[in-house]
Design a protein around this ligand. Structure first.
Ligand code: NAD
Ligand code: TYD
Length: 379
């Protein structure tokens, strides 16, 4: 279907900016509306390269503003929503759970209600419409680490390579697993997932939910492990590893997530859930050593010279031990697979942060928050 109008929320954030860029470039016939409140995590400089495209519009708005979202959907004749806006950092959710409930739960409900009010008032109602909610694997809780040294998992992917193609237990997150969130972040995301499914089951809204593993790549806010540590290594600042660094995360390159979102938005089955992940489990301490090795090399320092920056600090409260996504459903039904080997993706990512020191400096100094005023005033 050409000439669609798609409302993407949270497009000024990390993953959202990759999704907006992909859709604006790939679908010149679509109109892409990026709705974002520009919290501390929203940075319009992430979208500098596409901000003047004729098929793109930015709207500064809170997803909790039901009236505003409804009016925007009516004005723009929105027929698809890709909902990414959320509070996304676990450590912040531990300090301030109210904000997470407000944005992730009430905000998602406000988006659903606005879509329902607009679409149900049209003659064709839900026909040709889609509400796609982006969620996390953290809703499933934590997996046990039954094989601390790692085992070969019972599946293969192109992206997984020899040494690191390991699993730290036999169990994986599959789509039929019970939700068992532990952090206020994942509890709020779990609640929002339930609301999305309830809108399908109750009102017949054509919804889709996907749950993805940890993303890495350019434009990630430097409070998250990978950009924070690359920046700290560059400045020779301590690297605060929580606990013993034994926790395991499953990492996916952000552009592979964006490609999956494109595929699922267009070809995914209504009311389905798809897990997205790269079968790429890493212990935090091994990631940190890799970050040090590659960053040192790219900076012309002796490889591993900065290992003395590793500082073990008090563990995160309720720190989930292991996340591991089984994405075979998505691979089997829609033919998606990750395109990048982790070794390739991590080097590309580190190189990007080192080559874009202005972006990192702007974010760490707070300068980036002036971008909207400077670029969008009077537009
Ligand atoms: P992010 O924190 O980088 O970006 C979030 C964006 O949402 C920001 O631009 C922010 O300004 C905007 N936003 C926040 N509150 C808002 C509100 N009330 N109204 C409008 N906009 C608001 O997040 P991210 O890492 O890009 O994650 C995007 C989505 O993907 C989230 O829903 C997250 O739960 C999910 N997810 C993230 C990961 C990951 O590894 N980062 C993995 C799986 C799923
Ligand atoms: P993070 O990037 O915050 O993602 P998430 O909590 O959503 O998985 O953290 C990734 C892992 O790195 C997680 O196990 C916590 C750990 N971590 C540290 O050890 N130190 C840090 O300073 C940060 C930010 C994270």
């Amino acid at each position: 279907m050409s000439n669609r109008t798609i409302l993407i929320t949270g497009g000024a954030g990390f993953i959202g900016s990759h999704v907006v860029r992909l859709f604006v470039n790939k679908y010149p016939d679509y109109r892409i509306i990026n709705l974002d409140k520009l919290t501390y995590a929203g940075n319009l400089a992430n979208l500098k390269d596409i901000e003047d495209r004729p098929n793109y519009r930015f709207v500064k708005m809170d997803i909790c503003d039901f009236e505003g979202v409804l009016a925007l959907m009516q004005d723009e004749h929105v027929d698809g929503v890709i909902h990414l806006a959320a509070e996304s950092h676990v450590d912040r959710s531990i300090k301030d759970p109210f904000t997470f409930a407000q944005t992730n739960v009430i905000g998602t409900l406000s988006m659903l209600q606005a879509a329902k009010a607009y679409w149900e008032g049209l003659p064709e109602k839900y026909e040709g419409k889609r509400f796609y909610h982006i969620s996390t694997d953290e809703v499933y809780g934590a997996l046990e680490m039954t094989h601390p040294e790692g085992i070969e998992p019972p599946f293969t992917t192109k992206a997984s390579s020899g040494e690191h193609h390991l699993a730290y237990g036999e169990k994986f997150f599959t789509e039929d697993l019970k939700y068992q969130p532990h952090s206020p972040y994942s509890a709020a995301k779990a609640s929002s997932d339930h609301f999305v499914r309830a809108f399908h089951d109750t009102y017949g809204m054509p919804t889709i939910v996907t749950n993805c593993s940890n993303n890495y790549g350019p434009y990630q806010f430097p409070e998250k492990l990978i950009p924070l540590f690359v920046n700290n290594i560059r400045h020779r600042k301590p690297l605060p590893v929580y606990g013993k660094g034994e926790n395991v995360r499953d990492w996916l390159y952000v552009e592979d997530h964006a490609r999956a979102i494109d595929l699922i938005f267009h070809e995914g089955k209504v009311a389905e859930t798809y897990n997205i992940g790269g079968f790429n489990e890493w212990k935090n301490i091994d990631i940190v050593k890799t970050l040090i090795r590659v960053t040192d090399r790219l900076l012309g320092r002796p490889e591993g010279a900065d290992e003395d920056l590793i500082t073990f600090v008090t563990d995160r409260a309720g720190h989930d031990l292991r996340y591991a996504i089984d994405s075979t459903k998505l691979q089997r039904e829609l033919g998606w697979e990750p395109s990048l080997q982790f070794e390739e993706g991590i080097e590309k990512t580190i190189r990007w942060y080192l080559e874009n020191q202005d972006w990192l400096d702007n974010v760490t100094s707070g300068e980036y928050q002036k971008y909207y005023e400077e670029m969008y005033k009077g537009r």
